[in-house]
Design a protein around this ligand. Structure first.
Ligand SMILES: [Zn+2]
Length: 144
């Protein structure tokens, strides 16, 4: 089994950079891909937006690849599966942007703003992929 990479002070110092090994969003544990995108309590708020809309009871898988498989299964009754499949990418992009904003610009947005950014990004991407009609936020959220 592959061991998950963790940025520690030692391996950060070897590269001559000053990076924080703690999660930039919650500050409670090491930042790993699986923590940042799946298990961070901050990221959890973004997943809840869409799970709540569909009334889905969800136990977060351990790894990102597993999460994508489970997300595909959870979306079997989605009205528009194409849009459903975009959601994890929108969540991860919103989280990644917020993480980098905190890391590199020392700008911290509250979770409500990041949730809104995630939804707006999803709508933007849906409008880019389905360019025949421009759809509203309500159209997109109603179609997943
Ligand atoms: Zn975290």
């Amino acid at each position: 089994m592959a061991k998950e990479a963790v940025l520690t002070q030692d391996n950060v110092m070897k590269r001559g950079r000053t990076l924080c090994s703690r999660c930039f969003l919650c500050g409670e544990t090491f930042e790993t891909v699986n923590h940042l995108f799946l298990h961070c309590k901050y990221t959890h708020h973004l997943w809840r937006i869409f799970l709540s809309l569909k009334g889905i009871s969800w136990t977060m898988p351990r790894k990102v690849a597993e999460a994508l498989l489970c997300w595909e299964e959870a979306g079997v009754h989605a009205k528009d599966r194409g849009r459903w499949r975009i959601i994890p990418g929108a969540i991860w992009w919103a989280v990644w942007k917020e993480r980098n904003s905190r890391c590199f610009e020392s700008i911290e947005n509250n979770v409500q703003k990041v949730k809104l950014n995630c939804i707006l990004l999803l709508v933007f991407w849906c409008n880019q992929l389905y360019s025949n009609d421009t759809v509203s936020i309500i159209d997109v959220l109603d179609s997943i």
